[in-house]
Design a protein around this ligand. Sequence first.
Ligand code: NDP
Length: 251
Amino acid sequence: MTTPTAVITGASSGIGAATARHLAAAGHRVVLTARRAERVEALAEELTKAGYEAEAHPLDVTDRAAVDAFAAALDRCDVLINNAGGAFGLDSVASADPGDWSAMYEVNVLGVLHMTQALLPALIASGAGTVLVVSSTAGHGTYEGGAGYVAAKHGAHVLAETLRLEIVAEPVRVIEIAPGMVRTDEFSLTRFRGDAAKAAKVYQGVAEPLTADDIADTITWAVTRPPHVNVDLLVVRPRAQASNTKVHRTT
Ligand code: NDP
């Protein structure tokens, strides 16, 4: 049997890197992509040394020409994990920078579109393909200061839901994983442009935010179901977070 190939975007940190480790351990050849070449190369080397099949391809998902060239050079693709994304700022609608909104739309929505369009022929050709979108609970409800990210993640959710309708006759399933609060090293730092104090405050007093491994585990579970089983949407939050705005904090 041929080893299935999983392409993972945003594999240089957080959920993407953890997903690479989990999918490799579950028997996939993993193709790691992100803009930071040295990060994905180091992870691919680590996985290869551990006996897994892994390779790294530096890639910006907002660069369509680069995405097309990447897809053209790939021999096969069974699983596409659209994970690259992020939030820039936590500003009100009244004061947000439209540039941040554009950047969030570019990576969280158009990045998913570029990768999915480019790899769909290979996913169909695999005979049992999977497109997985890491959206967010921000794709399903809003919160103050979140509108730009919330709008973009709603876009990612709509892309997944619409694609599922459009390719129902193809041998490709479309899975959406919507995480709530996940404590990763970089997500909040990126949102607050490197302000570590503000980033730490997001998780302050929350007993156990989710970890990148929790989401990687969920992704790997969904991907390793039999091909006829389509997990449409999974919302995963830490127990201490009942909604986007209701979080139990001890301090
Ligand atoms: P990280 O900031 O650690 O990961 C973001 C990843 O996306 C990085 O690997 C980054 O790599 C990559 N990336 C960003 N822009 C681009 C680009 N233009 N092209 C290619 N890769 C890009 O955050 P998380 O691991 O926490 O988040 C992963 C996903 O999960 C994101 O889509 C995020 O929105 C979503 N999410 C996160 C939650 C959380 O609480 N942490 C909750 C819900 C959803 P590089 O900079 O090397 O390109």
